[in-house]
Design a protein. Structure first.
Length: 223
């Protein structure tokens, strides 16, 4: 049972960090594309949405090319900062963040575009700064879509397999998340361990879905 709980703890850590990263990047980019008008905006939107449709193994390959030991970025990180992202839980976080990014970015952009611009303009007329308009008007009106995206991103990061396996590998206790541990157990013929891991994964997904239901805006408003 200890390997199973270790894999669960690692999966929660990876998913938590990936969700936090996407809270900053996904919301920021979503707000930028919802408000800014510039050439190539649709092309950028398409590029940022690619992780939603590309096979995870393809994303894993791109990450290996980008941050692998032979890449210029990987070489710089290793020689200048002593940082190696391949076969580490931090690499798993990067993989999960990229895979789950569109699930935060797209709902956030849609939520910001649905905010009535006249309310924002009224706040500006009253002397509220742009930062104040965002935190006092825009964000409170768009938080439902953002929350929905974050919950989906957390669940997606919890179940990420392909890109994580390629970038972080399967090192028990270090990079072996629940989904990877299930695969390894099945490959090794450890049916009891695989069944235990599947049960834990299913229970974790149920908890996430129940939490999403309790955090739903309609449920909160009716309390």
């Amino acid at each position: 049972m200890e390997p199973a709980w270790t894999a669960l703890g690692l999966s929660l850590k990876v998913a938590g960090w990936a969700t936090l990263i996407n809270l900053v990047l996904g919301v920021g980019v979503g707000y930028l594309l919802a408000r800014a008008r510039f050439p190539g905006r649709d092309v950028l939107d398409t590029f940022l949405t690619l992780p939603m449709v590309l096979p995870p193994t393809v994303l894993g390959y791109y990450l290996l090319v980008a941050i692998g030991r032979k890449s210029w970025l990987g070489t710089w990180l290793r020689e200048s900062l002593g940082v190696n992202l391949i076969f580490t839980w931090q690499g798993a976080v990067i993989a999960a963040s990229i895979v789950a990014f569109p699930l935060v970015f797209k709902p956030a952009r849609a939520a910001f575009e649905a905010v009535d611009g006249q309310l924002e303009q009224a706040a500006r007329v009253l002397g509220v700064s742009e930062v104040g308009v965002f935190f006092r008007v825009t964000l409170p009106l768009a938080w439902r879509g953002i929350l929905a995206g974050l919950l989906l991103a957390f669940a997606r990061a919890m179940g990420e397999f392909g890109a994580t396996l390629m970038v972080a590998g399967s090192i028990p206790g270090k990079t072996q998340t629940l989904s990877v541990a299930v695969y390894e157990a099945v490959q090794a013929g450890q049916d009891d361990l695989a069944a235990t891991l599947v049960l834990i994964t299913s229970m974790a997904c149920v908890v996430v879905l129940l939490s999403a239901g309790r955090l739903a805006p309609g449920r909160i408003a009716n309390r």
